[in-house]
Design a protein around this ligand. Structure first.
Ligand code: ZN
Length: 930
């Protein structure tokens, strides 16, 4: 029998004994009766009018409650507790009544069954104010009051603010001090619980620090003599909240608090939840201390880092603790620089000329007298059968077409090189449908090994491996692969690997290129690897992701994104390979200008056979692939009018296409038909939007009855790739000018954002010529949410109609996630610009998860190419259901009872990823994916 055996048996025996006793005392019937009696007693109390009567009832209820057993469920009285609390306001001077009421509320709120619910009701109601004013009236320490407040305060996030407004925020500190001096001390635990809640607000902290908060906490801590119990946990948590400013850190150092705290980090023994909470709080205090130079000096004298490393070894599974330790080391050790010479990716030399041309032009508007623009749009929106810039080639060898088209893609040279130096690489595999036929692949639910990966990283940094060791560079985009074990390559359309460093025989650190002319936006990745050996465990660490809160880490209840691997003629999810693990953690590399952290995405897997592979965060879709599809997608040329015309050149000189699709008969009337405008791929990293667009075009050109009807009713204008340069360069979000093109619609520059300038001008032209698009839809990928959904601009039945129809047609769509508002931060987005400036009411952004679904038909699965194309197809066919004019849409919407529609799926909140232990983490700038 182990050392704890006897104790365990004893306590188990006691537990079962007390259960038997409980059962004997209160059968369910008795319990129910007791609960009912409590309810009726409270109701009678509330009906009482005279002060005397109230006091009498209060006393009797209190006496009755004190004998109440744990089998009684108090939740039915939750509705009454707020009314009971109002008695405190009604009889402010009757201390006996007040005390009785507080005791009643305390017993109810601390009751095992249903007490928490009652405490929550109290916290969320006006009654909290009555409670707080009773608290402010008390003359001496009131134990019952503290027990009650301790239960209630944890439920109200604004408790700290309310405590200040009601003037009670100083009471716990006063009581803590007078309790310590009192002859008969009460347990400080409930006082500390209330104090901790008060300290959640920074202004409270500042005010209380002026009244001697820190010395009071330190004195109590000294009394504990290193014993870790709940009081100690609360003391440490209060200290963590109170030590955020430089002044308070200075005070702490003067009082030698580190001598009290650091020994706590050394204790071995069992990892109880109390101990872990205590350690977390201590680490938080230390993080505050090492945020300042004097603090770093102080901990260096105590060789804190070495102590933390041995603690880390003891706590290998504790992600929160490791995050805290990592944060402290991040501040104490010298920052790591990414192993590259420059963090930016500049092509300004070759672009300067075009940038300098920035005209003093105003954005295109209705009375634009620019005759060349008008002439251009008259031509490219016309129904002239002979006019096309990418001729239709029909059913021929598409591989050859792709190769030919790939030749005239305009690409900037890899940095530091003359033009050229690109290797020819084309996505033949994306042309062959059989390569894309994947079964539904489950989302990644493999256990996260963040703590292990993070520990390795922290150790490597602590041992100075990352600063002094010269690991071999095995790939650099400026000179290609340096033949070592593995041969990496990314100099092809969409590739964005910048450098690879070999850390050990099978572990590689990969650095991604930022978007052109920026120093950020590292998320999408795409590269090839030759000579991979079968049944060998490889680890690829992408060390400069600049956002953590992504689908890799957002597992939710369904699972997260797994990157893709192409080998042996087909795509697979890495998560289906043996030995797979994925972790994503905040590392110690620092952005040279912004100073923020980077994140590591660590991928471990092994291949079943020797192979050349391509790894990608989502299914690639290049500019050449788009062009190949545009000129080879099958359609019936006798009935379908389909033209691919150049709208404008991109900054680099690639073509931005405008497609015109309608019914071929009666072309003379086509100009009278309503217009639908669809666009996609303004954000190059959102490749899924191109696959959706591909599905949409296939559907629209098909002989499906809905497609025939749509072409008869409408003219479709489609811009399938709004940012060809970004796609070619492997950008995540921006165009050549280093700006997010979907924020430029307010005032686009014809030379820096030509595709946006011309798109806006086109919409303006159509509107000015009495052909305002009935529907505008811009297709995007979303890197932080599951499912497919839409953003609209205004919450009206007419605007809800299309999402509503899509919800019924498409099992990946979730109506609950749709929002209808104008966000100031998205002023320059196509959706908002079209709504605001051109008054196009049905203006949408369609968002499709880059991973998969956590609700409805595809719950728990990635969306493959087939599912993405299905989204495009259903988007098109849904348009056939909504009518062909504003009036018909409004009348259909009015008939549709939205409240009864399929809203069974609750509005999904965008979950926040586990926040790291650091409270003042400068969150990296994260844009919404709209
Ligand atoms: Zn987007």
């Amino acid at each position: 029998m182990g050392p704890y055996g006897g104790v365990l048996v004893c306590s188990a025996f006691q537990q079962s004994r007390s259960k038997i006793l409980q059962k004997a005392c209160s059968s369910p019937v008795v319990a129910k009766k007791t609960g009912e009696k409590l309810h009726s007693d409270l109701e009678v109390l509330l009906l009482e009018r005279s002060e005397e009567g109230v006091l009498k009832k209060v006393n009797s209820v209190r006496n009755h409650l004190q004998g109440i057993g744990n089998s009684v469920d108090v939740s039915p009285v939750a509705a009454l507790v707020t009314r009971i609390a109002f008695l405190l306001d009604k009889y402010p001077d009757a201390s006996e009544i007040s005390q009785g009421v507080i005791t009643i509320l305390r017993v109810i709120c601390t009751h095992e069954r249903g007490g928490a619910g009652c405490a929550q009701t109290l916290a969320y109601s006006e009654a909290l104010n009555s409670l707080l004013s009773a608290y402010s009236r008390q003359r001496s320490i009131n134990r019952e009051m503290y027990l009650l407040l301790a239960k209630v305060c944890v439920h109200d996030k604004l408790f700290s603010v309310k405590a200040r407004f009601t003037g009670v925020f100083g009471i716990p500190l006063n009581d803590l001090n007078s309790n310590a001096g009192a002859a008969k001390e009460m347990s400080t635990q409930p006082i500390l619980q209330v104090l901790r809640a008060v300290l959640a607000n920074r202004l409270n902290v500042t005010l209380l620090n002026r009244r001697g908060l820190l010395p009071a906490l330190v004195m109590l801590m000294k009394k504990k003599q290193g014993v870790i119990d709940m009081e100690m946990v609360l003391l440490c948590e209060c200290l963590a909240a109170a030590s955020r400013s430089k002044n308070s850190v200075m005070q702490l150092l003067e009082q030698n608090v580190l001598d009290l705290l650091l020994p706590l980090l050394e204790r071995g023994g069992m990892c109880t939840s109390e101990k872990i909470r205590c350690l977390l709080a201590v680490l938080q205090v230390v993080i505050h201390v090492v945020s300042f130079k004097m603090g770093r000096k102080a901990v260096a004298r105590k060789s804190l880092c070495a102590q933390l490393m041995s603690l880390a070894d003891l706590m290998t599974g504790q992600q929160g603790l490791l995050n805290g330790i990592s944060e402290i080391l991040y501040r104490c050790l010298p920052p790591l620089r990414l192993p590259i010479e420059r963090t930016s990716r500049n092509y300004t030399t070759m672009l300067r000329e075009s940038f300098n041309k920035r005209l003093s032009s105003s954005p295109p508007n209705k009375d634009s007298s620019d005759s060349s623009l008008v002439e251009l749009f008259r031509r490219i929106t016309s129904f002239d059968d002979n006019l096309e810039d990418l001729p239709y080639l029909g059913n021929i060898d598409r591989k050859q077409v792709l190769l030919n088209l790939a030749k005239d893609v305009v690409r900037p040279p890899p940095e530091g090189m003359e033009a050229g130096g690109w290797v020819a690489e084309a996505e033949f595999w994306m042309l062959n449908p059989s390569n894309l036929q994947m079964n539904l692949e489950p989302l990644n639910v493999s256990p996260a090994l963040e703590s292990l990966a993070l520990l390795n990283h922290v150790k490597a940094h602590y041992n100075q491996e990352l600063t002094t060791k010269r690991f071999p560079v095995v790939y650099d985009v400026t000179h290609g692969p340096l033949f070592e074990d593995l041969s990496f390559e990314s100099r092809f359309e969409g590739g964005n690997l910048r450098r690879v460093i070999q850390r050990s025989s099978r572990e590689y650190d990969l650095v991604l290129n930022p978007d052109v002319n920026t120093m950020r936006h590292h998320f999408w990745f795409y590269f090839g690897v030759k000579n991979m050996t079968a049944r060998v465990v490889y680890t690829f660490n992408i060390i400069n992701l600049d956002r953590r809160d992504t689908m890799y880490t957002k597992r939710g209840n369904a699972g997260g994104l797994s990157p893709l691997l192409f080998s042996d003629g087909s795509w697979t999810r890495l998560s289906s390979l043996p030995g797979f693990s994925l972790s994503c953690y905040r590392n110690h590399y620092r952005h040279p200008l912004k100073g923020h952290h980077y994140y590591t995405l660590s991928l471990t897997f092994l291949l079943p056979a020797n192979s050349t592979c391509y790894l990608s965060s989502s299914f690639p879709y290049s500019y050449s692939l788009l062009r190949t599809h545009l000129c080879t997608t099958a359609f019936n040329s006798n009935s379908v009018f389909y033209k691919v015309r150049k709208m404008c050149n991109s900054v680099l000189g690639n073509k931005c296409y405008l497609l015109t699709i309608t019914d071929k008969s009666n072309l003379s009337r086509a100009a009278q038909k309503p217009v639908i405008f669809i666009s996609s791929r303004v954000h190059p990293g959102e490749t899924n939007s191109s696959h959706i667009m591909h599905g949409a075009l296939q559907a629209l050109l098909s002989e499906h009855p809905a497609a025939v009807s749509l072409r008869e009713k409408f003219v479709f204008y489609v811009v399938p790739m709004l940012n060809p340069d970004g796609v070619v360069c492997g950008n995540q979000r921006c165009g050549m000018a280093g700006a997010d093109l979907n924020r430029q619609y307010e005032n686009p520059c014809p030379t820096q954002h030509p595709t946006v300038f011309y798109t806006k001008a086109l919409l303006t032209y159509l509107t000015a010529n009495n052909r305002p698009p009935l529907v505008v839809c811009d297709i995007h990928g979303h890197s932080r949410a599951h499912n497919v959904f839409m953003f609209g601009c205004e919450d009206t039945p007419a605007q809800r109609l299309l999402p509503n129809v899509l919800h019924n047609r498409l099992k990946s769509f979730n109506q609950g996630q749709c929002t209808y508002k104008l966000e100031a931060s998205k002023r320059g987005a196509l959706r908002i610009s079209a709504w605001k400036e051109l008054n196009l009411s049905l203006s949408y952004t369609m968002e499709c998860t880059i991973a998969g679904c956590d609700s409805r038909g595809y719950k728990g699965f990635h969306l493959g190419v087939e599912e993405l194309k299905e989204i495009g197809r259903e988007l098109i066919f849904a348009l056939d259901e909504i009518g062909d004019s504003r009036e018909s849409i409004e009348s259909i919407a009015a008939k549709t009872d939205f409240s009864k529609q399929n809203l069974s799926v609750p509005a999904e909140k965008i979950h926040c990823s586990d926040s790291s232990s650091s409270s003042d983490d400068e969150a990296n700038v994260i844009e919404d994916d709209d």
